[in-house]
Design a protein around this ligand. Structure first.
Ligand SMILES: Cc1cc2nc3c(=O)[nH]c(=O)nc-3n(C[C@H](O)[C@H](O)[C@H](O)COP(=O)(O)O)c2cc1C
Length: 396
């Protein structure tokens, strides 16, 4: 992050998760209901494990906010783990019940999870619970709280997002890069949060079949951001190029193994004449015939919709187990299963939106600055004036 600082802490079965977001201008109004609505979206999706039924996530703000407005200090957002009461004896920060902890020790690393690699890195191979507790995607709850805050900053400047599941396992619901209009039909309460809720019956059956087989599924999620001004990011420095930052943020999401900007995957197989977006003047503004670039050229926004896709591998905890080795005995054995998702893809759109919002809010604040929101607003007005006549906020 360049202007904001963002850190999360806490374990999956610890008392709570914490997100610290520092660098927001003071005076920004935030809506608690909105943050909780995003947390609810993260708990949603057909094929989730039992945990989503025992947790109802709600944000608790413990710093940086007063009377609904940021006050200049780090914004501290917390999420209680209601399951903590079942784990307090083996997850106690000071003294654990050794016997109980042993009964929940993880000694056979799951292929695809962080158990072995994380245990090797931190010398915790005897009980890899210490690794999985932190590697768990419960941490995405902290990202979503912070992402919902950043989305509210973006909304102040007319920047909005849409997202959806485009593919579940091999079942493609929407081919190619998503578009703003193509995501208009998403119902966040539908079982699998696709752009075509009426077509989700087959997907639900596919998840049921995977569950019956003790197997798991991944998929593809698309996100589109509308209203970004041209000029966010950098063409000059490898680590500031916004396409690179977006892909990093998306691949940092648990189980995401690839990410694409615009039609990045498809254009690799095209001739140049079919790959780029012709520039024209329409109603006095620069417009494109297409948006294969996904709103980013040279690592900088070009004023078109920012389009991204994230590719999620299947969940690595399978009820039927996968071949592994017990690292305490060296004996071969199948991995253990404890309450786990068959697929988490229904939760993924809001996580993708959160990561996009974090990076884009950061870039907006790099561009606009401001310790007080009135200064940020003034910089926004000045930027909009400078970008005339080729770009105007909100006009499409
Ligand atoms: C919303 C969400 C929920 C997840 N739930 C589970 C789960 O229940 N069980 C599991 O083994 N992995 C789950 N994962 C994936 C793991 O967290 C992930 O595979 C693991 O942390 C290793 O990281 P990597 O896949 O990015 O390499 C979930 C991922 C997401 C995004």
């Amino acid at each position: 992050m360049r202007r904001l600082r963002f850190l999360t802490g806490g374990e999956s079965h610890g008392p709570r998760l914490t997100a610290v977001l520092e660098g927001l201008p003071a005076g920004l109004e935030l809506d608690e209901v909105f943050i909780n609505s995003w947390l609810k979206r993260r708990q949603h999706g057909f094929g989730r494990g039992g945990r989503q039924r025992i947790e109802t996530d709600e944000v608790v703000v413990t710093g940086g906010l007063r009377n609904g407005r940021t006050i200049g200090g780090p914004l501290v957002l917390e999420l209680e783990n209601r399951d903590w009461k079942n784990w307090s004896e083996i997850m106690d920060p000071w003294a654990i019940d050794e016997e109980q902890a042993l009964s929940r020790a993880v000694t056979r690393p799951r292929p695809g999870h962080a158990d072995y690699s994380g245990g090797a890195s931190t010398d915790q191979l005897e009980d890899m619970r210490n690794v999985l507790e932190r590697a768990s995607a419960r941490e995405t709850g902290a990202r979503v709280m912070a992402g919902a805050v950043c989305a509210q900053l973006l909304a102040r400047y007319g920047i909005a997002q849409r997202s959806a599941v485009l593919q579940l396992g091999p079942h493609v619901v929407s081919d190619g890069p998503p578009t703003w209009d193509g995501l208009a039909g998403v119902d966040f309460d539908s079982p699998l949060v696709t752009p075509h809720p009426d077509r989700e019956g087959d997907l639900v059956e596919a998840v049921r079949a995977a569950r019956t087989d003790g197997d798991t599924m991944g998929g593809v999620v698309g996100g589109v951001v509308r209203g970004l001004p041209p000029g966010l990011g950098s063409y000059a420095h490898w680590d500031r190029k916004l396409d690179g930052r977006i892909v990093q943020a998306l691949v940092s999401i648990h189980s995401v193994k690839a990410a694409a900007v615009g039609a990045g995957i498809e254009v690799a197989g095209c001739l140049g004449s079919a790959a780029h977006d012709a520039i024209r003047v329409v109603d006095g503004r620069l417009r494109r015939d297409s948006n294969r670039a996904g709103g980013l050229e040279g690592g900088v926004t070009n004023g078109e919709d920012l389009v991204a896709r994230a590719y999620f591998k299947p969940i690595s905890t399978l009820r039927k187990g996968l071949p592994s080795v017990d690292l305490t005995t060296g004996e071969a054995g199948a991995t253990a299963w404890e309450r786990s998702d068959v697929t988490a893809i229904g939760a993924a759109p809001v996580i993708v939106e959160s990561m996009l919002a974090l990076v884009l809010a950061d870039e907006m604040l790099v561009k606009l600055g401001g310790d007080a929101i009135i200064d940020t607003d003034a910089a926004w007005a000045a930027l909009c004036r400078r970008l005339e006549p080729w770009w105007r906020p909100g006009a499409r």
